[in-house]
Design a protein around this ligand. Sequence first.
Ligand code: AHM
Ligand code: MG
Length: 335
Amino acid sequence: MSKVVTLQEFIMEKQADFPFASGELSRLLYDIVFASKVVSRDVRKAGLVDHILGAQGNTNVQGEEQQKLDVVADEQFIHVFKNGAEVCGIASEENDDCVIFDDEKGRNGKYVVLFDPLDGSSNIDVNVSIGTIFSIYRRKSEVGTVAVEEDFLQPGHEQVAAGYVLYGSSTMLVYTTGRGVNGFTLDPSIGEFCLSHPNMKMPEIGRIYAMNEGNIHICNPGIKKYVEYCQSDENQTGKPYSGRYIGSLVADFHRNLIKGGIYIYPATTNDPNGKLRLMYECNPLAFIAEQAGGLASTGFERILSVQPEKLHQRVPYFVGSKLMVEKALSLLEKE
Ligand code: AHM
Ligand code: MG
């Protein structure tokens, strides 16, 4: 019988490669693993528990209705970050401003975490896959002081780690620290994430495109040309691609990471910067995509190079297999 490697063991092994490192990033990753298990448990019983399923009645900073489970997940992650001693502040989709931990532990934390506690939340009530996305940066301000907004507004290429948890037919956690991408599946019988997808590589080309085609007439004409190209047999594979759009970025991204494909959320005339948030949706998945051999772009700039100006900034997003993203970008009309 081959040995099962748990996520905890994997993090510990990687930590041993850096004997002089303090282990704080490893401890922060353990905290994320723990919170993910709790949220996974809550997601799994969402349909059974009235007070979890359904709308909370509040709207978040982007004017979207918060689902109860969004709030539950947000609070769970904030709780573990606040109680660990590694994080000096967080920012999330559900909070208007960054949340600074100004107690002694917080002031001594080295890292900031930006996260989307439950992405694809409109899918909760209909039992479709959803996910958590996280992005970790080393703070810019001095350790021992209270964190400031500049600690959060760093370009994606400064990320020290990023990942996502997919609450799908099984729960998976996929992450990178800049040395490749590894995927772990939660075994509910033992409550452990086990290494199931070592050293993940995104195929250079796939046969799946994912986009909300309802927007096709209100975006750059190059997108329509690209979608027609995907649907024709003149494309790079000689057969029409399959259109697959779950409406949960994590799930669409994860499928494309494994099978090869492209995900597009372009700028539209209604939303000139697209819909997705740079800091806790686009950057972390761009880091993973690049680490797995894929690409991520706004259409005109590498996602990881975008200098953020605002916490909840939106950007147009093209992410996935290298050759597919390159082809889509080549058809875009200059703005
Ligand atoms: P959310 O964070 O409010 O759930 O919004 C992000 C989601 C993505 O997961 C998904 O790909 C996209 O919004 C779907 O948007 P649309 O319904 O406009 O196609
Ligand atoms: Mg989201």
